[in-house]
Design a protein around this ligand. Structure first.
Ligand SMILES: O=C(O)[C@@H](CO)OP(=O)(O)O
Ligand SMILES: [Mg+2]
Length: 401
């Protein structure tokens, strides 16, 4: 039986050294699930609310845990997530915190899978989910909110689209990451790493494009399958609302210039993926860009949609993009994340499951991406909290979870 008998919450460390919420869910027949909430730095204005970990835990213990224990079934995800929403009583999880909500939601899913004796991806996706695997997008150079004094564009993402297996894709991204380091070294550029393990050199975006383009070509030749790259511009972070311009280190661009700039980049570098190219309130600008380049690249809304079906529905209405980033903690539960993926799919939008810049060893998103048969997962290239997900993908493909 998957009836929940206990929910334990504690503070654990995330990859930035901040406290985050970890949940254990136990069931009647001995099922056990454990999950931890990630945390963003370049958070969208419309995301569900992350409360300080201690406060989120105290609030969840008071309102949510008593409604789950002895009542809910861990195998019934919609029921668990419905109880979390009802216990919270707000639209944005500002009472128990989206961090408590998502940790409990994911831990319940794992406890449900444990009782069934099934891997999590199978519990979530079903036996007939197919045998596709997502292509990992690996962050190899970055800056923005994830590193000081580095590129303006937040993430340059290696995309091994032609990899014959998930393992080869994972190793290809690591090789591109290593090649970038070589190229930086050749140019005498010192570089530390940003929050997601990407190189964070003090160079401008133009030089970063040069380097990533070369690194991708070199590794593509080495491995013998197609590797392209993409971007998370995280443009909301550089948008100055009052002036109506995007602030780059060496220039500013108004909205039309930003659209033209990104469209040129897509053309010049044959980009496979462009996330948040415009401000999170600019559906119209997104739509203009999608009109221009949506037939040849994925225009993805992260801060624009925040995994929220209402915001996605608005985007679909306006033709604002052709894909959505899925981050369970942006919306608070796995049910909400599934609903967003389903709405996207029904309207011809692709979904890309994603990590956050603050992460733990939790591997739920690897299972979520496989369960929902999405084309891409964004979860870094190297670094323990990133390799936790990448190695789990390899294990899933190897039937070893
Ligand atoms: O913007 C993003 O897509 C994410 C993850 O790469 O960053 P953060 O978690 O800081 O929002
Ligand atoms: Mg983003």
């Amino acid at each position: 039986m998957t009836r929940i008998t206990d929910v334990r919450l504690r503070e654990v460390l995330d990859s930035r050294g901040n406290p985050t919420v970890e949940a254990d869910v136990l069931t009647e027949s001995g099922g056990f699930g454990r999950a931890a909430a990630p945390s963003g730095a370049s958070t969208g204005e419309y995301e569900a609310i992350e409360r300080p970990a201690g406060e989120a835990i105290a609030a969840a213990r008071e309102t949510a845990v008593p409604r789950l224990v002895g009542e809910a079934f861990a195998g019934n995800q919609r029921e668990v997530d419905g109880i979390l929403r009802a216990a919270d009583g707000t639209d944005d999880f500002s009472e128990i915190g989206a961090n408590s909500a998502v940790a409990i939601s994911m831990a319940a899913a794992k406890a449900g899978a444990d009782v069934l004796g099934a891997p999590l991806f199978q519990h979530l996706g079903g036996t007939f989910r197919g045998d596709n695997f997502p292509v990992p997008l690996g962050n190899v150079v970055g800056g923005g909110e994830h590193a000081a004094d580095a590129t303006d564009i937040q993430e340059f993402l290696s995309a091994p689209v032609g990899a014959p297996s998930v393992a080869e894709a994972v190793f290809a991204n690591a090789a591109v990451h290593a090649e970038v380091s070589e190229l930086l070294h050749e140019r005498d550029v010192a570089a530390g790493k940003g929050d997601e393990g990407a190189w964070a050199p003090s160079i401008d975006d133009a030089e970063a494009f040069d380097i990533v383009d070369e690194a991708v070509s070199t590794i593509e030749d080495e491995v013998g399958f197609e590797i392209r790259f993409g971007l998370d511009v995280a443009a909301a972070e550089m948008y100055d609302d009052d002036a109506g311009v995007y602030e780059y280190s060496n220039t500013t661009r108004d909205t039309d210039e930003q659209i033209a700039y990104v469209a040129d980049l897509v053309e010049e570098y044959d980009l496979v993926y462009v996330e948040d190219p415009l401000d999170e309130n600019d559906y119209e600008g997104f739509a203009k860009l999608t009109e221009k380049v949506g037939d040849r690249t994925l225009v993805c809304g992260d801060d624009l949609f925040v995994t929220n079906t209402e915001r996605l529905a608005e985007g679909i209405e306006q033709g604002a993009a052709n894909s959505i980033l899925i981050k369970p903690n942006q919306i608070g539960t796995l049910t909400d994340a599934f609903d967003a993926i389903e709405l996207a799919r029904a309207n011809g939008y692709e979904s890309i499951v994603s990590h956050r810049s603050g992460e733990t060893e939790d591997t739920t998103i690897a299972h979520l991406a496989v369960a929902t048969d999405v084309p891409f997962i964004k979860t870094g290239a190297v670094g323990g909290e990133r390799t936790a997900k990448l190695n789990e993908l390899i294990r899933i493909a190897d039937d070893a979870t």
